[in-house]
Ligand binder design. Sequence first.
Ligand SMILES: C[S@@+](CC[C@H](N)C(=O)[O-])C[C@H]1O[C@@H](n2cnc3c(N)ncnc32)[C@H](O)[C@@H]1O
Length: 296
Amino acid sequence: MIITESMGIMDYSLLDSGAGEKLERFGDYTLIRPCSQAIWSKDASKAELWKNAHASFNRKQGLNWQGRDRLPSNWVIQINSVHMKLSTTDFGHIGIFPETIQLWDAIQAKIKTANAKRTQPLKFLNLFAYSGGATMAAAHAGAHCCHVDASKGMVQWARDNAEINGLSEHPIRWIVDDVNKFLQREIRRGHRYDGILLDPPSFGRGKSGELYKIEHAMLETIDNVKRVLSDPFAFVYLTSHTPGLTPTVLSNLLKKMGKNGNITSGEMLLISTDTDSTQAQTLNIPNGTWACLDNV
Ligand SMILES: C[S@@+](CC[C@H](N)C(=O)[O-])C[C@H]1O[C@@H](n2cnc3c(N)ncnc32)[C@H](O)[C@@H]1O
């Protein structure tokens, strides 16, 4: 993915990876977490950085954090215009998927370009929206947003992020619901969106425990997305972390929507932004795929 915004404040960096682990910096704290893609060896010159990590998470005997007590209960980092509250969860997540950072930049650029040609702000729909990084990015770029996630706790986390970002009064609809149920309702009500991001999980649960298995539910989601797109629309971003859903597979799914627009695709990457030239160059790590159907 091309980085479209100039790099500004960046409190995230991938410092090193190897032997099935990654070492990342989130503001003042460095964390070691599992990374199955990192089948290469660690950089020997970074041994001190690994040794001095504040905390590490592994799945060796159940789900385990070490050094969690060396981290605050939550802390805030800044990624360009977006502020995110981070906190360790029992599953090793911390409230951000850093491979989506470049996506936030790309979405912001598209919204700004689209809004410059429009009289009404672009309406952005974020599906499976988690802690709302993309919602914050879109809102900062001037879009009116709708944020959908089945987890009440995650929607509250995203609302906390909106407050931290000074976006409490910004037009953002917060929806706790199963994505397909929500989309069916929007279709019936005639609500339409100009820009949509969907990141269907391999496996998830709706608000009332409905099972979401990508192989059964995603085609329905994509069909519903097609029906809530405005005419003309600006963009649809489809992302995935499911093995086998390569950039070409995601492009094909967007082509099958039968809508006009350019299709591009690629890998999502964890990237190093540390500029310390004394360190050997850090390898980027592929972490998921994206495809975009675009009329901007
Ligand atoms: C991997 S996260 C998505 C990451 C997010 N797009 C981001 O970039 O930060 C998956 C999210 O989907 C939500 N989810 C899972 N099944 C769902 C469903 N059926 N309807 C709505 N949300 C669901 C989960 O609560 C979780 O927050």
